[in-house]
Design a protein around this ligand. Structure first.
Ligand code: ADP
Length: 424
């Protein structure tokens, strides 16, 4: 069993592509840590650096308290499972499972027993004498996992192990991975771009974008109390309303979030009030989940928005309504892209950062990204997305009013950073 610590780890690929940017992360002993982010954000690169399959450009990797930057992969006591769990085609399932123990010259009686036990735990005991070519995708992935687990590594690394399976199999195997790695107590780092997989599996989730860590916490922490607007949007399987509002404090009596045609007040007693008031006179981003807006009768007291229902969308378990309310919306703010070598912008920075890293000096502060107003602030008048539950209370063209649950508003600066500090 092993802790994993990444201390300011950066990866610049030959040619100057900055794939992982000063990553700090700690996986506790026995923890199931999920790395989540869109395709290309650097998750696999990070995992491969931990496995020793990719060199670390700068920063330190500690495995079980030992500095591991230059440790050979075979000395890391790490097992890895990939998307296409490659198996030996000419060996049976039994042969595949026993192979890692055989090359470690383990006692044959122990090997036999362990293979049977593990195959039962993975529900592949009936396939032990079959060859991989005759198995389903789900069974093959189970064997691949079994082969990785069988010699009881200190650290288990999984790179999108379920993404090639159909939805039903994915759900089934997800539950099994969860109970198996927890029963074994092996520290596990699991890479996925699927937010449902991350929320259901993880002890904690680390969210990445463009090579940069966005947030880390338990599933409930990052979902309910996200550190960045990117995290809030990425974890939301429905779309997230991201609205532009100006903060006002009329005669210091209360805080007003001015959305243009609509205003919402926040009393000074709100725990976020002081932090928000520091932004008086400036524009901020207000995030509201579709279920934070509740249809109410026309004459309703308290904070509300109103508009015209443009369209309704049926999602099986619920209806979503699109309400035209004239409120300026913003795109999801992302960290500035500093990764590209070609063209202007980020590439030059990646290149100069590499030069400095190679010269042994730390990245200078002036390299810090500036607030991405131009990127994030593209105002458009988007519809409010409202969750209606399983009964469509409106029809297209209706006038609609929604109550706003002020306690559930998520407040960000224009570069997507939380205004009131998230609790971790
Ligand atoms: P993810 O796992 O999040 O999809 P990866 O870690 O595979 O992302 O890749 C991160 C970025 O690094 C991608 O833009 C990818 O094209 C780039 N990349 C990956 N491997 C290499 C390589 N060997 N050489 C250059 N660039 C690479």
């Amino acid at each position: 069993m092993s802790t994993v610590v990444l201390d300011n780890v950066t990866k610049i690929y030959p040619g100057g592509y900055l794939a992982v940017d000063r990553m700090n992360l700690r996986a506790e002993e026995g923890e199931l840590l999920v790395l989540l982010g869109p395709s290309g954000c650097g998750k696999s690169t990070l995992l491969r650096m931990i496995a020793g399959l990719e060199e670390i450009t700068s920063g330190d990797l500690w495995l079980g308290g030992q500095l591991a930057n230059n440790l050979a992969p075979r000395d890391r006591d790490v097992a890895m499972v990939f998307q296409n769990g490659a198996l030996y085609p000419h060996r049976t399932v039994r042969g595949n499972l026993s192979f890692p123990l055989e090359i470690a010259k383990a006692d044959p009686t122990m090997v036999k027993q362990r293979v049977v036990e593990l195959s039962r735990a993975l529900h592949i005991d009936e396939t032990l004498d079959r060859r991989p070519g005759t198995l389903s995708g789900g069974q093959r992935q189970r064997v691949a996992m079994g082969r990785a687990i069988v010699r009881q590594p200190s650290l288990f690394l999984m790179d999108e192990p379920l993404s090639n399976l159909d939805a039903g199999m994915r759900t089934e195997l997800r539950m099994e991975i969860s109970s198996l790695v927890r029963a074994l107590g092996v520290t596990t780092i699991y890479v996925t771009h699927d937010q449902v997989e991350a929320l259901t599996l993880a002890d904690r989730i680390a969210i990445m974008n463009r090579g940069v860590l966005q947030d880390i916490g338990t599933p409930a922490q990052v979902y309910n109390d996200p550190a960045t607007a990117f995290t809030a949007a990425f974890l939301n399987s429905q779309q997230l309303n991201l609205l532009a509002a100006t903060v006002r404090t009329p005669q210091n009596q209360f805080i007003m979030l001015d959305f243009g045609p609509h205003q919402i007040t926040m009393p000074w007693t709100d725990p976020r009030a002081y932090a928000v008031s520091q932004h008086t006179g400036t524009q901020i981003i207000v995030g509201i989940r579709p279920d934070g807006l509740v249809p109410v009768p026309e004459r309703t007291e308290g904070p509300t928005f109103f508009g015209r229902v443009r369209t309704l969308e049926y999602h099986g378990h619920e209806w979503l309504a699109y309400l035209e309310a004239g409120i300026p919306a913003v795109n999801v703010p992302e960290p500035p892209d500093r990764r590209q070598l070609n063209g202007t912008g980020g590439g030059g920075k990646a290149r100069s950062m590499m030069r400095r890293l190679l010269n042994g000096s730390a990245p200078a502060e002036e390299e810090e990204p500036q607030p991405a107003l131009a990127q994030s602030g593209t105002h458009r008048r988007a519809d409010l997305i409202v969750r209606l539950g399983n009964r469509p209370v409106w029809r297209a063209g209706d006038a609609g009013r929604v109550a706003v649950d002020v306690s559930r508003l998520m407040l960000f600066t224009m570069d997507g950073t939380r205004i009131d500090p998230p609790r971790r």
